[in-house]
Design a protein around this ligand. Structure first.
Ligand code: FPP
Length: 237
């Protein structure tokens, strides 16, 4: 089995602290975060990762100062317009995951355009979670099934989730030193390996990604089974 994860998901935490440490506005940290993300997309593709999912704006981020929220919205529209041609050239297919109802017409148009421009691509699948929360996703999936009068089972619910087009993440990375999921991929991360980095997201470079991949390669994934069932010797306690 390949030791490269098929699907990596990332909580890109630490942009604000990166900026504050430099006496810059928080939005400057998010801008730097976009550059780190751009490089990470390329590096994941080069290493054979098939799916990358990132948490760009959570359902809870609406509680931030208004100027930071508008800065993030503008950054998304600007970054999309600037980056889509390059993503296109690299064969990356972009999907936006989240509640679009709460977004402005301008932001929604940017999302639709980004998805449409890359819809024919067959390379890395790049899911950008924007106005997303794991609880929102489970709720919208259950509400959709109920409205259609369909039974709620593990498999019907899984197919109604916003990330049903990709397998669950093998590896969830969180930067910025915190060790929690913060409402990210609550359903899909059930069996994911978790990796926490103390690096702030703008500093999460190629070496840091390779360190996360090397750590992942040492993990024993059992999905509830015993080592013996998987034909592996039990590790000493
Ligand atoms: C968390 O850092 C990061 C975010 C809330 C936004 C992540 C967004 C980007 C990397 C760029 C935006 C991406 C797109 C596609 C527009 P934080 O602000 O919580 O940092 P802190 O914990 O240091 O305060």
């Amino acid at each position: 089995m390949s030791t490269i994860p098929h699907h990596i998901a990332i909580v890109m935490d630490g942009n604000g602290r990166w900026a504050t440490q430099r006496y810059l506005p928080r939005v400057a940290g998010h801008k730097k975060g976009v550059s780190a993300l751009r490089a990470c997309v390329r590096q994941c593709g080069e290493r054979g990762v098939k799916v990358l999912t990132v948490f760009a704006f959570s359902s809870e981020n609406w509680n931030r100062p208004p100027e930071e929220i508008s800065g993030l919205m503008e950054l998304l529209v600007f970054a999309l317009a600037r980056e889509v041609p390059q993503l296109q050239a690299e064969g990356v297919r972009v999907h936006f995951i989240g509640d679009r109802a709460g977004l402005s017409d301008k932001v929604r148009a940017g999302l639709v355009q980004g998805e449409a421009a890359t819809a024919g691509n067959t390379g890395l699948v790049f899911n950008i979670c924007f106005n997303y929360g794991g609880r929102w996703d489970i709720t919208q999936a259950a509400a959709g099934l109920a409205a259609r009068g369909e039974p709620i089972t593990e498999s019907s619910l899984a197919s109604a989730l916003a990330l049903a087009h990709v397998p669950d993440p093998d590896l969830v990375i969180r930067t910025g030193g915190e060790r929690r999921l913060s409402n990210f991929l609550l359903w899909q991360a059930a069996y994911s390996e978790l990796y926490f980095s103390d690096k702030l997201w703008p500093e999460f470079d190629e070496a840091a990604l390779d360190q996360a991949l090397a750590d992942y390669a040492t993990r024993e994934r059992r999905f509830g089974q015993t080592p013996e069932q998987l034909g592996r010797p039990r590790k000493a306690a």
